[in-house]
Design a protein around this ligand. Structure first.
Ligand SMILES: CSC[C@@H](O)[C@@H](O)C(=O)COP(=O)(O)O
Ligand SMILES: [Zn+2]
Length: 208
């Protein structure tokens, strides 16, 4: 059963409260969206404090990132959401966060990816059923030109249809799911894994 615009807006508002509360969406950083219809997304407007969103702080766009509500200012990163909805029809929610751990880990990693292996929590990602798997998370260099950044991301998505998320260096995380609850679960899993990875690196640096 499809949800109404108000129900979808409520999911976005609630996600903002939760993610701000966990410290993963400080100040006006981050943006969130849900699929409104097969050809439309509902996204947070630009520049709002994500712990204090109201039901009106969202706007509809088409899947090319064009706003369908001229009176409102679209998120600066609209295209990074809409490219995901256009990429896969089963995606119903996209979350972008700015946690300390995502920011630090992506800055500390010179390669263009991080790989998680042998963590039980990998099973929180859609499509993964054992710790004996490898979750590769690409890291793209940050870019204020979002169209150019989206053009960097697209070939990676096309080559990795099972991808569960990506990092932007020094900036944050994008992840998605069939529903908002799936995307939220993946954010929590990523944050757990980022923290494990940073702690492991810190212990190894001290002893190695
Ligand atoms: C407050 S800095 C963060 C922004 O530059 C951006 O990266 C971000 O996540 C929020 O942008 P927004 O336009 O509000 O959706
Ligand atoms: Zn951002």
């Amino acid at each position: 059963m499809s949800l109404t615009r108000e129900q979808l807006a409520r999911q976005i508002v609630d996600a903002g409260r939760f993610l701000y509360g966990r410290g993963w969406s400080p100040a006006t950083s981050s943006n969130y969206s849900t699929r409104l219809s097969p050809t439309e997304a509902l996204l947070t407007v630009s520049g709002k404090h994500k712990g204090q969103l109201g039901l009106d702080d969202v706007l509809a766009t088409d899947l090319s990132g064009n706003s369908l509500e001229p009176g409102k200012k679209p998120s600066a990163e609209t295209l990074l959401h809409t490219q995901l909805y256009a990429w896969r029809a089963e995606i119903g929610a996209v979350l972008h966060t700015h946690s300390v751990n995502a920011t630090v880990l992506s800055r500390l990693t010179p390669q263009d990816f991080i790989e998680f292996e042998d963590y039980e929590l990998q099973k929180a990602f859609s499509g993964i059923s054992t710790h004996e798997s490898r979750v590769r998370v690409p890291i793209f260099d940050n870019d204020q030109d979002i169209a150019r950044l989206a053009a960097e991301v697209q070939p990676w998505l096309d080559a990795h249809p099972d991808c569960v998320g990506y990092l932007i260096r020094g900036h944050g995380l994008y992840t998605w799911g069939a529903q908002m609850s799936d995307a939220l679960r993946q954010i929590e899993a990523f944050e757990f894994l980022f923290e494990c990875e940073l702690k492991t690196r810190s212990v190894m640096n001290r002893h190695g």
